[in-house]
Design a protein around this ligand. Structure first.
Ligand code: 6PG
Length: 250
């Protein structure tokens, strides 16, 4: 299978990457709000997205962005309470949402603390269907990280969620972490208008080469499942993660 078209940008270091990602967020927000009066974004966990949140929480972005027209969702969540140290919601709240003027009603967290993980996934599906008034949500932007094992959101290698095409959110047991995650399915992510991967660090370089330039093996490299149907796909990388690419200009 051919890789779908994507754009790729490489930055000197993680700080520049975080700044560029924040600028992308701002310009897509401006564009979506001009066209549709609203900007819907799904965020992810991980250190690379976190660096971007921290840029957004400071000037010039904190003052300039129309926060009340931005709705926040999550691409995945760990099955813990929202105040737990591992919670993606908590991380985002502390690094960004508590520091800017986002109304509470614009924040749609994943209720992943539910002991019944499948019910948690169902509940988030309902939250999304109501917020988007659609069977499958169409996010203006989905931000994703990529793990050194090729996972994205909580779509981990060899897990059941990779096969799910008839649900928009799914509970996924990740054996190597011995824990459950709640995640958007690839189908939902691929329905977005824009998808941006943020990837930094040398430990991801060889996986990134396989994901972008290797054979299509999504069971091994789930990030390869991300191919927006009508939307655009942008990979934003730092030099270190891009260092093993043969063809950094696709
Ligand atoms: C999570 C994520 C996950 C993350 C990647 C990359 O909750 O763990 O959403 O998909 O984005 O693991 O994380 P790093 O940027 O920290 O490597």
């Amino acid at each position: 299978m051919e890789h779908s078209k994507y754009n790729l940008e490489i930055y000197d270091n993680p700080q520049e990457l975080a700044w560029a990602a924040a600028s992308q967020f701002a310009s897509l927000a401006e564009q979506s709000i001009a066209e549709r009066g609203l900007f819907t974004v799904a965020l992810s966990g991980g250190s690379t997205p976190k660096a971007m949140f921290s840029v957004l929480s400071n000037r010039p972005f904190a003052d300039a962005l129309p926060w009340s027209a931005i709705k926040f969702f999550w691409g995945d969540e760990r099955c813990v309470a929202p105040d737990h140290a591992d919670s993606n919601f908590r991380m985002t709240t502390e690094t960004l949402l508590n520091k800017v003027a986002v109304p509470q009603k614009n924040i749609f967290r994943i209720p992943a603390e539910d002991e019944d993980h499948h019910r948690a996934a169902e509940n988030y599906s309902t939250i999304l269907r109501q917020a988007f008034n659609a069977e499958t949500p169409k996010f203006d932007l989905v931000f994703l990280g990529m793990g050194a094992d090729g996972h994205t959101a909580s779509l981990f290698p060899g897990t059941k969620a990779l096969q799910v095409n008839d649900q928009i959110v799914v509970a996924n047991f990740v054996e190597k972490l011995n824990s459950w995650r709640i995640t958007l399915t690839a189908k939902t992510i691929n329905n977005a208008r824009n998808v941006i991967f943020l990837v930094a660090g040398e430990d991801k370089a060889s996986t990134l080469r396989e994901v972008l330039e290797g054979e299509f093996q999504p069971e091994t490299y789930p990030s390869q499942l991300i191919q927006p149907i009508n939307g655009s796909l942008l990979w934003m990388l730092d030099e270190a993660s891009a260092s093993l690419l043969n063809d950094p200009e696709p």
